[in-house]
Design a protein around this ligand. Sequence first.
Ligand SMILES: NS(O)(O)c1ccc(OCc2cn(-c3ccccc3)nn2)cc1
Ligand SMILES: [Zn+2]
Length: 260
Amino acid sequence: CSSKYVLSQMHPMWQGPLVVPGGDRQSPIDIAVRKAVFDSELKPLVATYDPQTCQQIWNNGYSFLVEYDDTTDKNTLKGGPLQDKFRLCQFHFHWGESNDWGSEHTVDRRLFPAELHLVHWNSDRYTLFEEAVMEENGLAVIGVFLKVGKRHEGLQKLVDALPAIRHKDSIVEFNRFDPGCLLPANINDYWTYHGSLTTPPLTESVSWIIMKQHIEVSHDQLAVFRSLLFTSAEEVQKSMVNNFRVQQPLRGRTVRSSFT
Ligand SMILES: NS(O)(O)c1ccc(OCc2cn(-c3ccccc3)nn2)cc1
Ligand SMILES: [Zn+2]
């Protein structure tokens, strides 16, 4: 997906309280579990991914992205709160310098050490990611919390590729990775709300689908995330950690749950 040409211009340590004009649908948020409204109309999520369409993994100076060929409907997300069909273009993570924080969303104010985002765009209505990113119903992002525990076997192939993209704007070919292996066993228990990108351009174009069930990764696997750098080879080294945005005001939005 085309995010490669834009994300790299982002300010690496962007954390600013950047105010978005009329921003009343900003992300991330705290999910107050008892205030979520069960919606029986929410359908099961259907995620269909083809590992063969995995193309590259790269360090964009903010996180690392695994990008997929999104020129066909090989990697689709539909159902759940979505009316249309969405195409996976990339996934990435947010994490902390310690295991005590790092996620962007919180659950009853609880922080997780990291959070995975699988980014999809509405291919029923738009032809390119960068078109959809500006539209209210343009994107669907699945959020999965990471907890430190047992080693995640499927993640290891990705962890092994990270030393090759240590510096900002480094990129390597990365094939045959199934993003489905990063989803929790149960993807039918989730919270959903309308929000925004959590990094510039912060556009309010995202249907968020936050999984209730987390996945586990080992301490050592997460330590490799922290070995990445925000900086390029010529700059003074800055560890890529704490690349999360702080929670934003709910502004009267309702968070719906697919479970009681
Ligand atoms: N962290 S998150 O999952 O919320 C998340 C997900 C995707 C993001 O893409 C930014 C972006 C914008 N554009 C763009 C391209 C062309 C025109 C306009 C914008 N490309 N990439 C940012 C944050
Ligand atoms: Zn993200």
